[in-house]
Write a protein that binds this ligand. Structure first.
Ligand code: SF4
Length: 157
């Protein structure tokens, strides 16, 4: 979905979006019922704030934990990866009771190096509407707003 601005090769060298610490538990991808069924017996899941995600074995410290689907050659899920992963570093975030926005994570070094105008133009080519449509259908993908995340598009929802 992001190939025009983020090549698979660039992603393969990084993988920062597939590794989590306790402070970014909210970023662990939302798992749909369909994907959960497909992965039955291959991964463990937990409900967090009413949303299904991968169970991650965090201990007491600030250690980094890889997503259980991360392999030496990248994500084992290929095209089946969760919507959250397909669109990262873009996110739909709740800005207030009636407004959501598409934001971009500053954690992705490559995307963050691009001008915000380039990202806005890219979103306008179709991804923004796709993300808002998905958020309407699956509001569980809407994240709480995170300080420091530039807001690129907003919508009443
Ligand atoms: S599902 Fe795949 S792309 Fe998503 S965090 Fe896990 S390894 Fe990364």
């Amino acid at each position: 979905m992001l190939k025009k601005i983020l090549s698979p090769q660039t992603c393969a060298k990084c993988r920062v979006c597939c590794v989590f610490d306790r402070s970014d538990i909210w970023e662990i991808p939302v798992i749909s019922d369909e994907l959960k069924s497909k992965l039955s017996g291959k991964a463990e899941f937990v409900e967090r704030d009413g949303v299904c995600t991968f169970a991650m074995p965090f201990k007491d410290g600030e250690e980094l934990v890889s997503c259980p689907m991360l392999t030496g050659s990248g994500c084992a899920l290929g095209d089946d990866k969760p919507f959250d992963c397909k669109v990262w570093p873009f996110r739909v975030m709740r800005l207030d009771k009636s407004t959501v926005g598409i934001t971009v994570s500053p954690v992705c070094e490559h995307i963050s190096s691009l001008p915000l105008s380039t990202l806005c133009e890219f979103l306008q080519e179709g991804l923004a509407e796709e993300m808002f449509d998905k958020a309407r259908l699956c509001p569980e993908i809407i994240k709480p707003y995170q300080e420091g995340y530039p807001i690129l598009r907003i919508k009443n929802m």
